[in-house]
Design a binder for this molecule. Structure first.
Ligand code: SF4
Length: 90
């Protein structure tokens, strides 16, 4: 009986952990996709991150890196999106 209860408890805790990790990882991936859509999409690599996807990933941690992309016309929108997102976390 104890074994069944213990197994159920472990399964419950693991399922909660999986749901939480999935939520965190999915949310981050969704943000990267949105930022990538806002970038020019030339994948020229001139920013130093290899592609617009690489730039989008880096922008999550430091949005001043947007200035590495000389051809982006949506800089203000991207900074606003990232700023709003940071404010949302507080
Ligand atoms: S410089 Fe701009 S367009 Fe080129 S890969 Fe980097 S983010 Fe994309």
């Amino acid at each position: 009986m104890i074994g069944v209860l213990l197994f159920t408890l472990i399964a419950f805790v693991l399922s909660i952990m999986i749901v939480f990790l999935n939520h965190v990882l999915f949310k981050r991936r969704r943000k990267v996709d949105i930022i990538e859509q806002m970038l020019p999409g030339y994948n020229c690599g001139m920013c130093g991150f290899g592609s617009c996807l690489g730039m989008a990933v880096k922008l999550l941690s430091d949005y001043s890196l947007i200035n590495n992309c000389k051809i982006c016309k949506n800089k203000d929108e991207i900074i606003k999106y990232l700023g709003d997102d940071k404010n949302e976390k507080k």
